[in-house]
Design a protein around this ligand. Sequence first.
Ligand code: FAD
Length: 302
Amino acid sequence: MGNEFLDQGVFKVTMRELYSQGDVVLSFEVFPPKTPQGLEAVYRTVEELKSYKPGFISVTYGAGGSTQSQTLDIIHQIARRFELPTTAHFTIVGSTLDAIDSFLSQAHEVGANNIMALRGDPPAGEKSFKPVEGGLRYAVELVEVIRSKHPHFGIGVAGYPETHQEAKSPEDDLANLKRKVEAGADAVFTQLFYDNEDFLRFRDRCNKLGINKPIVPGLLPVLSLAQVKRITSLCGSKLPSQLLSALEACGEDTAAQQQVGIDHCISQCEGLLSEGIPGIHYYVLNRADSTREILSKLFPAN
Ligand SMILES: Cc1cc2nc3c(=O)[nH]c(=O)nc-3n(C[C@H](O)[C@H](O)[C@H](O)COP(=O)(O)OP(=O)(O)OC[C@H]3O[C@@H](n4cnc5c(N)ncnc54)[C@H](O)[C@@H]3O)c2cc1C
């Protein structure tokens, strides 16, 4: 089956072309929610952010199973309703090679321009990642499958400024990233971080190793102290002491905490833009308010 969107130019632009055009590319990441109201929030978020002309909207792939088919449904709706380029995240958790192939074919049918090629985390309760029989072990193998069997997609991969939690060493983790890029990834999207120095050190080390694809910082504006503590403890990113103190000084006032998060993110973005980054990938968590305030400060013309 073909792709109903291919005659529209916007759906031919993959990450490959996007980051070679010279402009700073903004991208927004949403996740498949569990309720119909949650789904409306996803589309409202895209509606409220589309004036910033995102290079793509990316939709995560749920590790738990129940929301997995929703990734492609949401991609389809975003392509149809908003005529925006999209990136479908996909993880190899629990998928055989046939299931992987089928997901990739469907992603093409619903109009996805790119795939975010990920390994995924071990299912809850399991300590280490175990591939299914007939499945893959590392994200690099997924990049290889996409390049050989679905070459029309742009491919994004994950990078870790503060090193992936399971990596034996920062050097091993960077060697893995290099393999993913050599296998055909078009761009690297980082795990969230709150200290620009971590990103800049990581980018330098990538450059020295010859990882010569765009390295796009991933930023999550803090919404509240409780939320950022939970997220950073899950993904292993650190919460700088100054940011922590500013959040704690807000006491129970979550609106004030959100404003601290917005101000911190604006200053991160300004610092990163002055360092010549190719784009910014915002983890918007299905709400546009913080990201809009940040962008209205950075790009007042929109
Ligand atoms: C931008 C971004 C988007 C994400 N989106 C999602 C999503 O939609 N859904 C989701 O479930 N998760 C998502 N994640 C989380 C991601 O799935 C986890 O971080 C996961 O634990 C690792 O995935 P990976 O693709 O980086 O794995 P890999 O690149 O395969 O690396 C996994 C680990 O194995 C190590 N490794 C790799 N190769 C070797 C080797 N040959 N020998 C020994 N060790 C090796 C690496 O150093 C690393 O520690 C996202 C992360 C990022 C940064």
